[in-house]
Design a protein around this ligand. Sequence first.
Ligand code: ADP
Length: 257
Amino acid sequence: LSKRIIAKNNDDETGRLIATLNDLLDRLEEAFSREKRFTSDASHELRTPIAIIRAHAEENLKEGRSVEECQHALKIIQKQTDYMSHLVGQLLLLARSDTKQLSIEKENLNLTELIEIVVEEMQELALRKNIDIAMDIEDDLAIYGDQSMLTQLLINFLDNAIKYTPSGGNVYIRAKAQNNQIEIEIKDTGIGISKEDQAYIFDRFYRVDKSRSRASGGSGLGLSICQWIIKLHKGNIEIESEVNQGSTFTIFLPQSR
Ligand code: ADP
C-alpha cells in the first residue's frame, strides 16, 4: 500500500487527480495501521488478566491448598473478571463509535440534577480515600444531550480525579453557564500530568503509569471515550495540570434554552 503514484506534471488535471489519490492512499494506510494497533493493544490488555486468572486457578487446583488460600485466589480472579468485563464494555463502545452504529438519544436535560446524582454516587468511592468532593453547581443548567453518555462522561472524570489523587486530597466540581456554553470544571489536588503526557492522555490505551492505572482498574480508554462523547455533543475540553499539584479538566458544552 505504501507505493505512491508519481505524476509527470503536478499542475495539470491528471497531476491533481494523482495528488488526491496519493492523499487517499496515505489516509487508508494510516487507518489500517491505527486499526492494527488498536487490535493488538486490545489483545494485550485482555491477555494480562487472563494470565493472572489462569495462574491463580492452576496454583489453587493443586492439592493441599487451604481454604484461605483458595478464597484469596478467588478474590483476585473475581477482580480480574470485573476488570475484563469493564474493558470489553469499553471496547464494544469504541468499536461501535468507529462504525457510527451507536444511536445517540438527545433530549432536554437538567444538567444540575445529573451532576448532583453522579456526585452522590461517587461520594462513597471518594470517602474510602478520605477525599472530599466539593460542589459548586449553578441551578437548573439546561442541556440537550444523551443522558447515559453524559453520566458516563461525569463518572469517568470524577473517577480519574479520585483515582489519581492521594488519600486526604480534594476534588472539586463546578458548573456554570457562560456565553451560551456550559462550563464543567473537574479539579483535583492529585499527582498531575506533565506537559508531554498531556498531549497523549486522550489516545486509546495511553496511560502515564501503566501499573498504577491497572492497579486501580484503569484501561487507558476512559478519556478517549470522554473525548468522543464531548465531540458528539459539539463540545470542547481543556486541561491544565501541574505534576504533584493537581489537574483541572474543563468541559465546554453548548447550552440549551
Ligand atoms: P485510565 O483508565 O488509565 O484512568 P484514562 O483514559 O481515563 O485511563 O486516562 C488516561 C491516563 O491519563 C491515566 O492513565 C492517567 O495516567 C492520566 N490521568 C487521567 N486523569 C488524570 C488525573 N485527574 N490526574 C492525573 N492523571 C490523570
